[in-house]
Design a protein around this ligand. Structure first.
Ligand code: Y12
Ligand code: CO
Length: 171
C-alpha cells in the first residue's frame, strides 16, 4: 500500500521518533508499505515519520552503478546508532518531504552503524559515500530534523521564500 508522504512545513516532521520494541507482522507490513511508497516516489531513502509513524525505522535503497534500484539493495534500519563518524563531505541533498528542493549539506564521510533488522537481530555496517550521507539524512528525520535546518541563515531564508512561492503556485 502506498502511504501519503508528509511534507514541510507539517509539524509532525519535528517529532522525535520512539524506539521500536515489537518486531512483529505489523512492523513487517509497515516496512513493506514504506518500500512501495519510496519506490513510487523515486526516493532512495525514507524515514517512518515521513509517512506519519513516529518510530525509529528507516529504509534505504541506493542505486547501483547503472542507476538502477533493486530490492536486493534495500536496507531496513531499525533503532540505529552511529559510531565512529569520520571526515566531512558536501553533497546536494533532496528529501521527499521537501519536494523540488536540493541543497548542499555537510555530513560525515564515513561511519559505523549499529541497528536492528526487521526481526530485531543486531546488525552492523560500515558506510561511506552516498550510503553514509543517506543514513545521516534519515537519522536526522528520527530526531525531528530536516536537512534545510543545516543551511546557513541566508540560504535558509532564500529557501523559505522559494518554497512558499512554489506552494502557492501548486494551489
Ligand atoms: C542523499 C541525499 C538525501 C538522501 C535522502 C533521501 N532522499 C530522497 O530519496 C529524495 C528523493 C526525491 C525524489 C524526487 O522525485 C520525485 O518526487 C518524483 C524529488 O523531486 C521532486 O520532489 C520534484 C525530490 C527528492 C539520500 C542521499
Ligand atoms: Co528526507
Amino acid at each position: 500500500m502506498i502511504l501519503p508522504i508528509i511534507t514541510y512545513p507539517n509539524k509532525q516532521l519535528k517529532v522525535r521518533s520512539s524506539a521500536v520494541v515489537n518486531f512483529d507482522d505489523l512492523l513487517h507490513r509497515f516496512l513493506d508499505d514504506m518500500f512501495e511508497t519510496m519506490m513510487s516516489s523515486n526516493g532512495i531513502g525514507l524515514a517512518a515519520i515521513q509517512v506519519a509513524n513516529p518510530i525509529r525505522a528507516l529504509i534505504l535503497c541506493i542505486p547501483d552503478e547503472e542507476g538502477e534500484q533493486s530490492k536486493e539493495n534495500l536496507i531496513e534500519i531499525i533503532n540505529p546508532v552511529i559510531h565512529d563518524p569520520k571526515g566531512n563531505v558536501l553533497y546536494q541533498e533532496g528529501c521527499l518531504s521537501v519536494p523540488g528542493f536540493y541543497e548542499d549539506v555537510e555530513r560525515f564521510e564515513t561511519l559505523m552503524l549499529q541497528y536492528q533488522n526487521r526481526h530485531g537481530e543486531p546488525c552492523t555496517l560500515e558506510a561511506n559515500e552516498l550510503l553514509a550521507i543517506a543514513i545521516q539524512h534519515e537519522i536526522d528525520h528520527l530526531e525531528g530534523k530536516l536537512f534545510i535546518e543545516k543551511l546557513t541563515y541566508n540560504r535558509r531564508k532564500k529557501f523559505e521564500k522559494e518554497y512558499k512561492k512554489a506552494l502557492k503556485e501548486k494551489k
